[in-house]
Design a protein around this ligand. Structure first.
Ligand SMILES: *Cc1c(COP(=O)(O)O)cnc(C)c1O
Length: 384
């Protein structure tokens, strides 16, 4: 079969995976080993030491790169460890341009770790990608974007950003955690590096923390593998096995996440106690047309604010849902509910938070794959 023509669901199940060469096991075994016996000096089977190479991790890296239409994949102990690897490609004095509505942990990594090594960060509004260009100077080495953003569901135009990055010879990395390769493929649109928190939709069952980087350029890949091996922030064989299992149903889960989120968003949009709903599938979303161009559907994440904008009302609602569990994280099969102002974005000063739209009553939902009628019934009783 022509590998280029294989559809996403088939790839999710088969890409990168071969029956185990030693036994024929159809599922890639968990190679729980630190080292590999060599036949003679310099004569081994491609595996020397598990920080550097592990067959379970290697299979997952191949599978993830196939899903993102990439040539090279590397897995890390968490999403942040993957981002850490990209930043370690830079030198002191280099500058990075990123979005002002960035995942809180990424913001913390940039501003409390890499800033002190002399890397300078610009956090800019990117709803109009043209705004990026005026922050580029001769020291700019990396543009780091995330789309849809967290928690405001802003959409950044990947193709327009690629154009700017290429014109100025700057690397473009895209955090594709919210969209997943089922909905969006930044490498195909021209980005240099795709990053995932596999903790979320790729794993999909809230049982693993992991990160991944995927790219097409062999020089970038060499750097990534060199840092992965030198810094050692690798993922375990057990976790690689769990994510290999998770991605086999990515297409099924994502389809349902998208369908359920659409129903929940439409329900919230007309509810008298709800003020504003943030979901890129609405025609009224400012970058809906870009979402339609670069995504195949609109994902499972929704944010909304309440009429009156009282923090007590938001807390009460969140504490009264029964199916939506109060928790950090997202992308698992079960629905989660969170309050950005007191949870994920509490470290951002209130004024800055509100300028971004993270008002006191803002609530974020990760819509799971339960039956949608039950999710809507749960929100109905909690809103009442
Ligand atoms: C969770 C998350 C991360 C960080 O990943 P971890 O696996 O928690 O380290 C980065 N970006 C986004 C968009 C996330 O949701």
């Amino acid at each position: 079969m022509n590998k280029e023509k294989i559809n996403f669901g088939t790839k999710a199940i088969h890409a990168g995976v071969q029956p185990d060469p030693s036994t024929g096991a159809i599922m890639t075994p968990i190679y729980q080993t630190s080292t590999y016996v060599q036949n003679g000096i310099g004569n081994h089977k491609g595996y020397e030491y598990s920080r550097t190479q592990n067959p379970t991790r290697h299979t997952l890296e191949k599978a993830l790169s196939a899903l993102e239409n990439g040539n090279y994949g590397a897995c890390f102990g968490s999403g942040l460890a993957a981002i850490d690897c990209v930043l370690k490609m830079l030198n002191s004095g280099d500058e990075v341009i990123s979005t002002n509505d960035l995942y809180g942990g990424t913001y913390r990594l940039f501003t409390t770790i890499f800033k002190k090594y002399g890397i300078k960060f610009h956090f800019v509004e990117m709803n109009n990608a043209k705004n990026i260009e005026k922050h580029i100077n001769k020291n700019t080495k990396l543009i780091w974007i995330e789309t849809p953003t967290n928690p405001m569901m802003n959409i950044i135009d990947i193709k327009a950003t690629v154009k700017i990055a290429k014109k100025h010879n700057v690397l473009l990395a895209v955090d594709n955690t919210f969209a997943t390769p089922y909905l969006q493929n930044p490498l195909t649109l021209g980005a240099d590096i795709v990053m995932h928190s596999a903790t979320k939709y790729l794993g999909g069952h809230s049982d693993v923390a992991m990160g991944a980087l995927i790219c097409n350029n062999p020089t970038i890949a060499d750097e990534i593998y060199r840092i992965q091996n030198s810094s050692g922030a690798i993922t375990s064989p057990m976790d690689a096995f769990l994510v290999l299992r998770g991605i086999k149903t990515l297409h099924l889960r994502m389809q349902r996440h998208c369908e359920n989120a659409k129903k929940v968003a439409n329900f919230l949009a007309v509810h008298p106690k709800v003020n504003k709903v943030y979901w890129p599938g609405f025609q009224s979303h400012p970058n809906h047309h870009i979402a339609k161009q670069q995504m195949r559907n609109f994902g499972g994440m929704i944010s909304f604010s309440l009429v009156g904008n009282k923090i007590e009302d938001a807390h009460k609602l969140i504490e009264n849902t029964q199916l939506f569990a109060l928790a950090e994280s997202l992308g698992g099969v079960e629905s989660l509910i969170g309050h950005p102002a007191t949870m994920t974005h509490a470290s951002i000063p209130k004024q800055e938070r509100q300028a971004l739209g993270i008002v006191d009553s803002l609530i974020r939902l990760s819509v799971g794959v339960e039956d949608p009628e039950d999710l809507i019934a749960d929100l109905t009783q909690a809103l009442n």
